[in-house]
Ligand binder design. Structure first.
Ligand code: SAM
Ligand code: SF4
Length: 323
């Protein structure tokens, strides 16, 4: 299906929970307690029913995210249900990696093919300061996922003065693992102290800096996922580096191909706008057509651009939308 701006929309990012076992500085407000009640979360059956309706409309790519998706007890049921949809092109998971090692084999069996792992630092103390989590567990998870032939990408959020010393070690790890590393600009998606101009580092500045240290060559046709990253290759190490600059890339939205589904059943046409469509009544009606029609409406309501640069004030934190 195409939206009013001619973009093909065939990618659904599904948040399965707003809860998390980490508390990243840029994602979760200090002392955050605004979790949705369990009863507000869609069931595995409801999530699969929405994905099936999307598949009938032509959606081919699905990603399960959160919050931290792997903490949901019935996560494998959700993955299996979506993994079995006809016409499926890809099923990925975005995770902080803490629970990846024990689950990697089950994920592969459930039909998951790729895993995006957040990795903001390689210094264990700094990793803990940023996320509250244990780096060794995440690294074990990445290796376990690769051992199961899951395609791993690494995600690192850019924070001036917080994790800059980690960028070069992360590039080396990316090369060693053969796992693309994507640098993500901070987005105003939460109300945490970290989201200030002072901490903002643009992908343009980072790319210039990296290129000056060790030349980068553009990989114009390389698109290992379905997201908005633009890729370069670090000639010295061979690492494939993606740059996701939602705030500073002028045509960032031109290739947008996705809708988002929140864990409490709202369809979001754009991450960087407040508009949402509630699917709960359609789910309660049990009518697959009602779901399809709301998905089609969300596509029709996709705006041309996000509003991040317009003094955007997040109404709910990233964990509650789904990254
Ligand atoms: N818990 C999983 C994880 O950390 O990968 C999945 C959900 S998380 C919200 C998805 C992605 O959003 C992560 O790569 C995270 O770094 C990114 N993210 C969260 N808050 C962000 C922000 N304010 N700006 C940019 N990226 C953010
Ligand atoms: Fe949790 Fe992911 Fe947000 Fe970190 S980025 S607090 S791991 S949802």
């Amino acid at each position: 299906m195409t939206d009013p701006f001619g973009r093909t929309i065939d990618y659904l990012r599904i948040s399965v929970t707003d809860r998390c076992n980490e508390r990243c500085l840029y994602c979760m407000p200090e002392g955050y307690k605004g979790w949705a009640q369990k009863a507000d979360h869609l069931s595995a059956e409801q999530l699969v029913a929405i994905a099936a309706a999307a598949a009938r409309l032509g959606f081919r790519k699905f990603r399960l995210t959160g919050g931290e998706p792997l903490i949901r007890a019935d996560f494998l049921d959700i993955a299996r249900g979506i993994g079995a949809l006809p016409g499926l092109h890809s099923l990925g998971v975005s995770t902080n990696g803490l629970k990846l090692a024990p689950l990697a084999a089950d994920l592969a069996r459930a039909g998951v093919r790729s895993v995006n792992v957040s990795l903001d630092a390689l210094d264990p103390a700094r990793y803990r300061r940023i996320t509250g989590g244990d780096l060794a567990q995440v690294l074990a998870g990445i290796r376990a996922a690769q051992a199961e032939n899951l395609f791993v990408k690494l995600n690192c959020v850019l924070m001036r003065g917080v994790n800059e010393e980690d960028y070069r070690p992360l590039i080396h790890l990316s090369a060693e693992l053969g796992a693309p590393l994507r640098f993500i600009e901070l987005m105003p998606l939460s109300s945490t102290d970290l989201l200030t101009e002072k901490n903002f580092l643009s992908v343009v500045e980072l790319r210039r800096r990296l290129d000056a240290e060790s030349p980068l060559e553009p990989l114009s046709d390389y698109r290992p996922g379905h997201g908005p990253a633009r890729y370069w290759r670090d000639r010295a190490t061979g690492a494939h580096l993606g740059f996701i600059g939602a705030l500073t890339t002028s045509d960032f939205c031109a290739s947008c191909n996705k809708l988002r589904l929140t864990a409490d059943g709202k369809l979001r046409p754009c991450l960087g706008r407040h508009g949402e469509l509630d699917l709960k009544a359609a789910l309660a009606s049990g009518s697959p057509e009602a779901l399809e029609s709301l998905l089609a409406r969300a596509i029709a309501e996709k705006p041309e651009n996000h509003e991040f640069t317009d003094n955007y004030q997040p109404a709910r934190p990233m964990t509650a939308i789904g990254g």
